[in-house]
Every structure is written in structure tokens, then in C-alpha cells.
Ligand binder design. Sequence first.
Ligand code: NAD
Length: 373
Amino acid sequence: MTEHHKPERLLVTGGAGFIGCNFIHYWLDQHPHDHVVALDALTYAGNLASLEDARSRDNFHLVHGDICDTELVERLLRDHRIDTLVHFAAESHVDRSIHGPDAFIETNIVGTHSLLKAAKQVWLDDPGTATADHRFHHVSTDEVYGSLEPGDPAFAETTPYAPNSPYSASKAASDHLVRAYHHTYGLNVVTSNCSNNYGPYQFPEKLIPLVIINILHGKPLPIYGDGMNIRDWLYVDDHARGIELCIQQGQVGETYNIGGNEERTNIDIVRTLCTLLDARFQADASLAARFPDAPPANGQASDSLITYVKDRPGHDRRYAIDATKTEQTLGYQPVETFERGMEKTLDWYLANEPWWQAILSGEYTQWLEKHYA
Ligand SMILES: NC(=O)c1ccc[n+]([C@@H]2O[C@H](COP(=O)([O-])OP(=O)(O)OC[C@H]3O[C@@H](n4cnc5c(N)ncnc54)[C@H](O)[C@@H]3O)[C@@H](O)[C@H]2O)c1
């Protein structure tokens, strides 16, 4: 039977990252009276500018801290009388996990365990006035299921785990710990495994913002291998809606797949962005003045920048999500089409140049070091 949970006081880890900040915007829009606390270590991927609107509200609080700090998390759960913890905080970039896996083990595994310990302590062992109707929502990825061949059925919740990168292995380990805290201690956990997200506020090392910004600067568009790796793409607000349904109606101890039904090759993604940007430059002459190095500012096509580079080691070939369970039990359906989602994303990056310029110029990193050293 589906259990209904009514969240009112949320702790969102990783709230200054890409999906975390979009989730917070979504949540405060849908539930304007809820109390929301974001806990974020403000690593290179965390950005206070992504939370500017939320920070002006009385019912939103940003705490600069580490999920590995179990005492801090316990204090936040108690002081803010949190009933729902939504866990996004992670090291999230596969390429970085190949060059330096240690941070992934520390944050994704040890950090998740630290949160579970704090939640157990406050909600189960020494609850005092803490709510009995608690929820620990763990945000995970489809990458834990490994890689598919063309024609293989999409990943279901029953697909055995087969992570291939240090990133996906660390996420798989955290999923197992979350599961174990439910089965062993009775913590009310729900896990969602989601496909590739895209949308506003994504750090420019990830494919879609990287391509947009490189085109605007007339820089090469690096494509790994033959460009035929396939991902299932989901607009980030649809992920937030899926998590909302899991939190409210998901059955404790269960896992739910969230996907977009939009399988695309990497080269398709890049060519789509090139076509969209060429059209934007044609329709708006001011873009050529703002971005004089972009090929369409000089009468050339953006796809002239495509450059094939050596493949990523162990690069998974295909991910695809079967979200039937989430659709049938929670009524989940993505709202955004791929075409519309890509246009919205592109227009956001064109309209929010100061956000990404601050990251590229190192201005944001310097500011962070000065204020949060
Ligand atoms: N991006 C995707 O396509 C995708 C898809 C499926 C699942 N996920 C999962 O969603 C979550 C969020 O992903 P994202 O793309 O927003 O990541 P991100 O890298 O943009 O953001 C991660 C955030 O976590 C914070 N953080 C890192 N270490 C921390 C620590 N020790 N303590 C507190 N905060 C810390 C960072 O400062 C940053 O704000 C991750 O758990 C990721 O595995 C991502």
C-alpha cells in the first residue's frame, strides 16, 4: 500500500548544486509555506548565485557545511524540526572520478553514511520532540545499473547493479547503505534513480552547457569516441516533480526509476544545440555583437566546431530508463519534451551570461575562497 507523507520542513543536501537548486526553486514555488534548509559544502560545483531568489525568503536557510559532519546534521535535524531529508550532495562528474576517485568515496559513500547515522540518531534512537513521520529521500542515478547494448531492455528497478566508473560505484554503495538502514534499523527511506538531467544552473563542465558556451566562444566541441553513446535525457524540473511524488507517495524501502523517455546519442545532442544556436543568431543580430567569435556571428555553422577526441576510459555505451513502476504507482510523467527543454535551457544560458561568466573567469572561486576559507 502506498504511504502518504506530508513534508513541511525539509533539509536539502547539495542545495547549491545543479539539481539541488532547481529542486529548491521548484519546491518553494509549489509549497511556498514550507521551511527549507539547504546544507552545502560549496565545492567547485556549489554556487550561491543559483539560490539568489530563495535566499531572500524568511522560510529558506542556507547552511555552509559538510554532510560528513554528523554532529552538524544532527543539530540541523533537531533545531529545524526537519521531517524530510532530500539528499543530493555528491561528487557528480564521471571524468573527475576517473582522475581522482578519493573525493567520490568520501562524499558519496562516507557522507551518505554520515547522514544516515544522523537521521537514525535523531529520528529513531533519541527522538525527543522529533517527528515520527520522517522521510529520507536518496537521489541516485541510472549509472548504477551499468551499460546497455543497442536493443537491450531499459533499466528497471530490478536490474542488477553493475556500476562501471568510480562515480557510479560510489553511488551504488550509497544506495546499498540507504537500503540497509531501512532493513536493519527501520529508517523511512526512499531512493530514486534518475537518467541524465539538463536545464538551468548546470555547471559548465557537463555536456550541454559546455557545448553552448564553447559555441559562443568559437571553441572546439569535443566529442568522445564516435559520439554514439546514448543517454536518456530529462529536463531538471521533471526530475524535481518525480522526487516530489516519491517523497509524498513513495512506499518506504522502495526504489523508483525516473526517466525522460528521450534516448539520444551525444552527437545528436551536440548537433541539436548547433542548429538551435544558429537559428538564434539568425533571429537576433545582437547575439553576433555579444559573441563575435561564435561561428554563426561570421556566417558559419556551429557544427564546424565538432571535434572527435579519444574516448573516456570505460565509457558506458547506453543508458535507458524504464520508469513504468513510477508511472503506474505514483502517476509520474515527464512534462517537458526534449525539443522544448533544450530550447528553454539554451535561452537560459543566453539570458544568464553573468552566472556562467563568473564561473569561467574564476571570479566565483576567488569570492568563495575569500568568504569561506
Ligand atoms: N546530473 C545528473 O544528470 C544526475 C542524474 C541522476 C542523478 N544525479 C544525482 O543527483 C545529485 C545531484 O547532482 P548534480 O548534478 O546536481 O551535482 P552537482 O555536482 O551539480 O552538485 C553537487 C552539490 O553537492 C555539494 N557537495 C559536494 N560535496 C559535499 C559535501 N561533502 N557536503 C555538502 N555538500 C556537498 C556541492 O557543493 C554541490 O552544490 C547527485 O547525487 C547525483 O549523483 C545527477
